[in-house]
Design a protein around this ligand. Structure first.
Ligand SMILES: Cc1cc2nc3c(=O)[nH]c(=O)nc-3n(C[C@H](O)[C@H](O)[C@H](O)COP(=O)(O)O)c2cc1C
Length: 359
């Protein structure tokens, strides 16, 4: 059996009758499929525990996630191999915390509110791969370090340091956030996982058999940032947003790596270093994507790869044949120097220049 615990936010305030109706429907449906549990409701949130056959619990959770009466369903805990039910007598016991004057229920409401708030904050700062393991019922701390065959992606903003010194800090922070947003969304949509952010740089990984997904993520991001660039006013930093991506495939060490102060669930190894180097190389080759032969070979869809030369990259013992994609958008790359020229050209009209940053 499986047991899950989640919190969600009510989309709009619900009347007592509407909440009771969810309880009635839940009890009736759950009884049919052997699910038991409890559902706490307050004006702003729900807190539910579901237990039963794993397949039935997963199916129900999918249905509940789609319910428009609430949003932001966040699984706090999933337990697999549950042998005993906690709520064997309740096919779904609804407990309304806001209508009760019972002191214990009021205290419970405050506790659940605080737990929910803390989880929502921690969720924003937590690596998606760690959250994914938790929702799958796996304790990330218990996962041993292991080797895995993966595609590694590095992407960042061209000439970021130069540009960031010439615009107000709020505009710089907004640009980085928007870039990380579109890039991360494309990675996740295409089956990858965001490993971490380092400043304006995104590191992500994909299963070794999903090279196509990694390329789609890069092309999708390039298309998104092109739209963002072209939609921006001429004097805005967004007008200068170009990015480069490095992609490699190979064996990585995956697992918990860090200190007692901070732990990362991450990937390490030469494949990772090489991806970072290739991302840096995109500026020199004037193409927004640089990849290795192993990535080309792992693709199952038809792509038009173009060889861009052999490069001796830092940290590599041998020179590396580098490839790119023939797509037009990949060629719409600006080098650091070209962006500096663009800035100078527009500089007079827009009064660009080092901004005094208020600290
Ligand atoms: C917070 C919340 C908890 C829910 N819990 C359950 C549940 O435990 N079981 C269930 O069948 N439906 C539950 N629902 C309702 C489902 O989303 C869905 O509306 C319902 O299962 C459809 O049932 P019907 O096809 O019988 O109308 C819940 C909805 C919300 C908003």
């Amino acid at each position: 059996m499986k047991r899950i615990m989640y919190v969600s936010t009510a989309t709009a305030p619900m009347s007592g009758n509407e909440v009771e109706e969810i309880g009635r429907v839940s009890s009736r449906n759950n009884l049919k499929v052997g699910i038991t549990g409890v559902l706490f409701s307050a004006h702003e949130f729900f807190f539910q525990i579901l237990e039963g056959d794993a397949h039935q619990v997963d199916r129900l959770l999918e249905r509940i996630r789609r319910d428009r009466r609430h949003r932001d369903v966040l699984v706090l805990k999933a337990e697999l191999d549950v042998t005993e039910r906690l709520f064997s007598k309740w096919s779904m016991r609804m407990i309304r915390l806001d209508s009760s004057s019972d002191f214990i229920l009021q205290a419970l409401r405050t506790m659940l509110e605080n737990i929910t708030e803390s989880y929502r904050i921690i969720e924003r700062y937590t690596q998606p791969s760690v959250l994914k393991l938790l929702t799958e019922g796996v304790n990330p701390l218990g996962v041993p370090v292991h080797k895995a065959e993966q595609i590694v992606l590095f992407g960042d903003i061209v000439a970021f340091s130069y540009l960031s010194e010439r615009f107000p800090i709020e505009e710089v922070a907004d640009l980085v956030s928007q870039f990380l947003e579109v890039c991360s969304r494309r990675v996740v949509e295409n089956g990858g996982e965001v490993t971490k952010y380092v400043g304006d740089c995104v590191m992500a990984h994909f299963n070794g058999d999903n090279a196509d997904g990694a390329l789609e993520a890069c092309l999708g991001t390039l298309s998104d940032i092109k739209n963002m660039r072209e939609g921006a006013d001429s004097c805005r930093l967004m007008r200068f947003l170009y990015s480069g991506f490095g992609l490699t495939k190979g064996s990585v060490i995956e697992g918990n790596i860090g200190s007692s102060i901070k732990l990362d669930y991450t990937v390490l190894g030469d494949t990772v270093n090489l991806a970072a180097r290739l991302e840096g190389l995109t500026r020199n080759i004037g193409r927004a994507i640089a990849l290795t032969r192993a990535v080309c070979d792992a693709c199952t869809q038809t792509w038009q790869f173009v060889p861009v030369g052999d490069f001796h990259l830092k940290g590599q013992s041998q020179s590396c044949p580098v490839y790119s994609l023939a797509d037009e958008i990949v060629g719409e790359m600006r080098t650091h120097d070209q962006l500096v020229d663009d800035m100078l050209l527009l500089g007079q009209a827009c009064r660009f220049g080092p901004v005094s940053q208020s600290m």
